[in-house]
Every structure is written in structure tokens, then in C-alpha cells.
Design a protein around this ligand. Structure first.
Ligand code: SF4
Length: 505
């Protein structure tokens, strides 16, 4: 890939041809993506978007003993308040009785800085953060204003690093630079790859005992890097670690909540494992290219079959297939028994989903396996990593409606009214629209729940079953709130404003 030698990771539109504007069937999406036709799509009416800073700081604020400096105007750091609460709560869920909030600062650039430059303020902020908090790392996140006026955050970091105890990580998250918020994952992994993966001098042993070395080699031959996402709960991580340990592997988890001084250990593993292909390919490719660590990046372990496939791929690499088949047989048998009464209730119920690409598709696949009908899916973006799950969905429902969109609630409500699903699964920014339209909702990921692995498969089914038992709250809500759209909009084509780049839809 060789991007790591550049200051800035490329945006996903360029690196992967990712798109966020599409409305049509699953088959059309696949065909147009492969043909490169989605690159030039656009929306004639754009209701909103999500800046890459949001998922970016969700990950960066989770890194312990670090200070995140949002270099920009004050509002750019606003999500830090919400993320602070989530991170403290997650620490509590993980068993901490003294959760620590995030440490984030802003350089609060103003009009004068736009004219005269913000590098001075940034330098001051880094030095002050180091003096005041003594963190292990100081993460400098560049936003639109410094991106536009040309502040060189890498040059500032290089200039003052000798005066600072913490490792400085410049991260380029300028919102104007990309429409694909998933670009933030690459920006973060780019910074980690450039700054945190060198083995610290104290770890480089000169005299090595041969027996100790042999034992260490055996340990590392079964050690895997498990890449998490910021919306995973500790229960999700515990579940995946449980499954991997059951087949005989040792696990280290990155990057969320991983200590910056431990990131280099990712270079010692025998295998890297993705839990979300579109989240991790950048760092996995880097670890393979520079440190020769192979990787598994195909399935998201949501639902029984996907978790089975995920585990089989990993086990195959280590020639641990027998162990995996034993685990799979035991887990599947227990689950089938527990799910039998739930399946009866869910069969034929209609669902619509919206969230990040892979979790939307993978959850939809699991709901199909539970006997539900998927009427529409709304991934935030689409790229090559979605194809595996999209194919599974399309095999069951070739005409499944797919709306690739980051927010745009006018399209959401139109699709909901058109299909009237029995259940909507999404993040709160989407679920609110479904709830107002009288549709029962379930959060995708998050909360204090388990979403992945075998425990997660059961938990999703159990919670859907519970939600569908009594839908009167949403029915009353619909009857008692004012809907924001004219009735005439529901008769229009929901994808009316998506303009195909030179192709008829
Ligand atoms: S789009 Fe730009 S100005 Fe807005 S929050 Fe993102 S980085 Fe800040």
C-alpha cells in the first residue's frame, strides 16, 4: 500500500471508490459498484452528513492515558462531551469502580487565527497538555480550519517532540476532505502505524535465554490481534475472546481502549483478525506489509452462521479446525434449543436496518436466518468489503431495497412508510424517525448488550422478541407527534434526489 510513508492517508473515495449515494436493489448496487458507476453519484438535496471527526474522536478518546487536542474551532470538539459519558460508562461496564473521563482540549481557533495561522496555539496546547497531565500520548486531531489555512500539524509535532515526554500523534480528520466518515479509521490507523508500532528500546533484549526464547515463540505462535470498534461493549469483546480462547488462542485487543505504550505488541502476533472488514483493512494491510503478519478480514461475527464462518477461517490458519468444529457444534446446539420458541414469533416479521455498512448487512443476514423478512437496508456507505454480506442478502431477496446514505432522514421516512416494517434497527439518529412513525425500534450495537458472537446472536433475537411483544408505545407515539414531512412526500420516489453519475437508474 505504501501510504504509511505519506503524511496523510488517502480518502476512501479515492482509495476504495466508496460511495454514499445510491438507491435501488442489491443487485443493481453490486453491478454499479463493480462497474465504477457509483463514483460520480450525488444528491440534489442533501439533508446532512457525519463528519469523520465523530467516529475519529470516538476511537481516539478511548485510548487510555492520552490527551486528545482538537485543533480547530471550538465546536469541532463538541462530540467529546457525549463520548466522555460513553467512555466512562464503558469503563464501568468493564468493572472499573473509578472510571476516568476523557482528556480532550481544543485550540479554539478564531478569526484572527484563520488569518495568522494556528500553529503557535497548537504548540502551546501540546506543551501545556504534556506539563499538566503527563500523558503517554498526545493526539493532535486536525479539523477543517487548519486544513484550509495550511497549518502543518506534522511539522509542529516533529518540532516539539524532543521537548515533550508523551508521543505526539498527528491525525488528519478534516471534515471537508471526505464525504465518507469511515476515512477516519484510516486516518487513525495511519497515525498509529507511523508513531506507535516501533518496539520500545527497553523491550529489545540483547541477551536471550534459549529456553525462554523458545517458550516465547510458542506463545506468540498462538497470539492474535483482535481489532475492535468503538461501539463494542466489553461484553462483545469478552464473547469474542471466549470463543478464540476456546479453540486455543491468546488474544490482544486494539485499538479502542488499548494503551498507547502497548500498541507495538500488535507487531508480535501470528495473525490479525478483523471484527469489521471496512473498519480494519488499512492497519491490517500495513501490519502484513511491514511486519509480515497475515490477516483474516471477511466476516463480521454477527449471528450464528457468520460467527461460525469467522471462527472457521481463523481456525484454518492455525490448523485448529477440530477444536473449532467442537466449539461450533456445542454452541450451535445450545443456541438452536434456546432460539426455537423465539423463531416461531419472529418468522415472517418485516425488518429494516440502518448503520455502518457491514453491521447493517451482517445483522440483516442474521435476521433472515431467524426467519424475518428484510424489506430495506440503509448502510452509511458502500465499498468492496460489503459484497460478501450483500451477496448473502441478495441470494434470499434479489430485489431487496438498498439505500446507501449517511443520515438523510427524508429518505428514511419515505422507505419506512412505503414498507411499514415491524421493526427498525439502527442508531439513535435513525431510530428516532422510525419510532415517530410508529415502528418499534432496536439499537444496533451499544447499550449494555452483547451483539457479536454466539451470545450476541441469542441476545439480538431475545431483544427483538421482547420488543415485538408489545408495540403500543410506538403506536401511541405516532398518533401523538407531528410528522415533519408533508404527506405528498411519501408518494414520491424515495431516491428522487439521488443523481446517478451519467447512468439511468
Ligand atoms: S466538518 Fe470540519 S468544521 Fe465541521 S466538525 Fe468536522 S472538522 Fe469541524
Amino acid at each position: 500500500m505504501h501510504y504509511i510513508n505519506e503524511k496523510v492517508a488517502p480518502k476512501r473515495e479515492e482509495r476504495l471508490g466508496s460511495c454514499i449515494e445510491f438507491g435501488g436493489t442489491a443487485g443493481e448496487l453490486k453491478k454499479q459498484f463493480v462497474g465504477g458507476c457509483l463514483r460520480n453519484n450525488s444528491r440534489g438535496f442533501c439533508q446532512g452528513s457525519i463528519c469523520q471527526l465523530l467516529p475519529g474522536t470516538a476511537i481516539l478518546n478511548s485510548i487510555p492515558e492520552s490527551v486528545v487536542i482538537v485543533h480547530g474551532s471550538l465546536g469541532c470538539g463538541g462530540a467529546g462531551h457525549n463520548q466522555n459519558a460513553s467512555i466512562r460508562w464503558r469503563q464501568s461496564l468493564a468493572g472499573s469502580d473509578n472510571p476516568k473521563g476523557t482528556l480532550w482540549l481544543t485550540t479554539n481557533l478564531n478569526k484572527m487565527d484563520v488569518v495568522s495561522g494556528g500553529e503557535g496555539k497548537l504548540e502551546e496546547a501540546v506543551l501545556e497538555a504534556d506539563r499538566r497531565y503527563r500523558p503517554a500520548s498526545i493526539i493532535v486531531v486536525s479539523t477543517c480550519v487548519p486544513g484550509i489555512i495550511g497549518d502543518d500539524i506534522d511539522a509542529v509535532a516533529a518540532r516539539i517532540q524532543p521537548r515533550v515526554n508523551a508521543v505526539i500523534l498527528p491525525v488528519h480528520c478534516e471534515g471537508f476532505n471526505t464525504k465518507i466518515m469511515a476515512t477516519a479509521y484510516d486516518a487513525i490507523y495511519h497515525a498509529i502505524g507511523r508513531n506507535l508500532l516501533d518496539v520500545p528500546p527497553e523491550e529489545k533484549r540483547v541477551i536471550v535465554d534459549e529456553l525462554e526464547e523458545a517458550a516465547e515463540k510458542i506463545r506468540k505462535s498462538r497470539l492474535v490481534n483482535l481489532f475492535n470498534v468503538s461501539s463494542m461493549t466489553p461484553f462483545d469483546e469478552n464473547e469474542l475472546v471466549r470463543i478464540l480462547k476456546a479453540i486455543g488462542l491468546e488474544v490482544n485487543i486494539y485499538p479502542c481502549f488499548a494503551h498507547p505504550e502497548d500498541m507495538w505488541k500488535a507487531t508480535e502476533a501470528a495473525l490479525s483478525i478483523s471484527t469489521c472488514p471496512t473498519h480494519d483493512d488499512y492497519i491490517l494491510s500495513h501490519l502484513q506489509e511491514k511486519y509480515h503478519i497475515p490477516y483474516i478480514l471477511k466476516h463480521m461475527p454477527i449471528g450464528i452462521n457468520n460467527t461460525n464462518q469467522w471462527l472457521r477461517d481463523i481456525a484454518k490458519f492455525f490448523a485448529l479446525e477440530d477444536n473449532a468444529e467442537k466449539v461450533i457444534a456445542a454452541e450451535n446446539a445450545g443456541l438452536e434449543e434456546a432460539l426455537a420458541p423465539i423463531r416461531k414469533n419472529l418468522r415472517g416479521k418485516k425488518a429494516m436496518l440502518s448503520a455502518g455498512e457491514i453491521r447493517t448487512f451482517a445483522t440483516a443476514v442474521w435476521l433472515q436466518e431467524l426467519g424475518m423478512e428484510i424489506v430495506a437496508v440503509r448502510p452509511y456507505h458502500y465499498d468492496e468489503f460489503g459484497e460478501v454480506e450483500l451477496d448473502k442478502l441478495a441470494a434470499v431477496s434479489p430485489d431487496l431495497k438498498v439505500n446507501v446514505a449517511t443520515v438523510h432522514p427524508y429518505e428514511t421516512v419515505n422507505l419506512i412508510e412505503r414498507h411499514r416494517p415491524d421493526l427498525y434497527l439502527g442508531h439513535s439518529s435513525d431510530n428516532i424517525w422510525a419510532a415517530k412513525l410508529g415502528i418499534p425500534i432496536l439499537p444496533i450495537y451499544g447499550g449494555a448488550n452483547t451483539y457479536v458472537g454466539y451470545v450476541g446472536a441469542f441476545d439480538i433475537a431475545r431483544r427483538i422478541n421482547r420488543v415485538l411483544k408489545n408495540i403500543s408505545f410506538n403506536r401511541h407515539l405516532r398518533n401523538n407527534v407531528r410528522q415533519p414531512y408533508y404527506q405528498s412526500w411519501y408518494g414520491e420516489d424515495p431516491f428522487k434526489y439521488i443523481q446517478a453519475g451519467g447512468m439511468d437508474r
